[in-house]
Design a binder for this molecule. Structure first.
Ligand code: SF4
Length: 209
């Protein structure tokens, strides 16, 4: 297991203290959903989400751009990246936007799966890695632990940090829904407790869910 100077541990999940300490609220009017078009590759779906993408695709296709559909027809609904494993494809000629990203009239990138979900067409919102960003989860090589880090986009997420401070919203609370989706209610309650303890004393906190 990695040795962090300050962290929270809940069962086999190692959480950077930034997740408890930082304040963050996405400010889409300022960042325009930049994380859908920045980065070294598309979003990495979990293994079980690959089948979900295949199953849901037909209902999501009407929400996609023509360029996105063509790219998917050429290379597939997800592609293999040597560094990141399976990822959603991107359009190399359009600032690497994810093929499932669609700009609205204000230029804000919306996620096609999410739009179909809100319209009641599909029961699945989006890959959990997208839902949790700017928190990134890495699994230990043998699956013996998950490591949770805070990795915001250097410039694009700055307005979210400012809005989080203004609203006094801790990052983990902003991400309550995807954290429960990923690890369940008991985990979230344990994290909430640990985060509150952590704000009183810095260091390593071990809690069980
Ligand atoms: S994670 Fe950052 S870039 Fe993505 S929507 Fe939130 S603030 Fe914008």
């Amino acid at each position: 297991m990695p040795n962090f100077e300050a962290m929270i541990v809940i069962d086999n999940i190692i959480i950077s203290d930034d997740v408890a300490d930082k304040q963050f609220v996405c400010d889409l009017n300022k960042c325009r959903g930049a994380c859908c078009e920045e980065g070294d590759a598309g979003a990495p779906p979990d293994d079980e989400e690959l089948d979900i993408i295949l199953e849901m695709y037909e209902k999501v296709e009407p929400y996609l751009t023509e360029a996105g559909i063509k790219e998917i027809e050429r290379n597939g609904k997800y592609v293999y990246n040597k560094e990141f494993g399976w990822v959603t494809p991107t359009l190399s000629y359009d600032k690497e936007i994810c093929v499932y990203g669609v700009r609205d009239e204000k230029g804000i990138i919306k996620y096609a799966f999410e739009q179909a979900y809100y319209d009641g067409k599909i029961p699945w919102e989006k890959p959990i890695s997208c839902h949790l960003f700017p928190v990134i989860i890495e699994r230990g090589k043998k699956g013996e632990y998950d490591r949770m880090n805070y990795e915001p986009r250097e410039k694009s997420c700055n307005p979210a940090c400012a809005l989080g401070k203004k609203l006094q919203m801790p990052l983990y609370e902003f991400l309550k829904e995807p954290l429960i989706r990923k690890y369940g209610e008991a985990f979230y309650k344990a994290l909430d407790k640990a985060a509150k303890m952590h704000s009183g004393k810095k260091g390593n906190n071990k809690v069980t869910s």
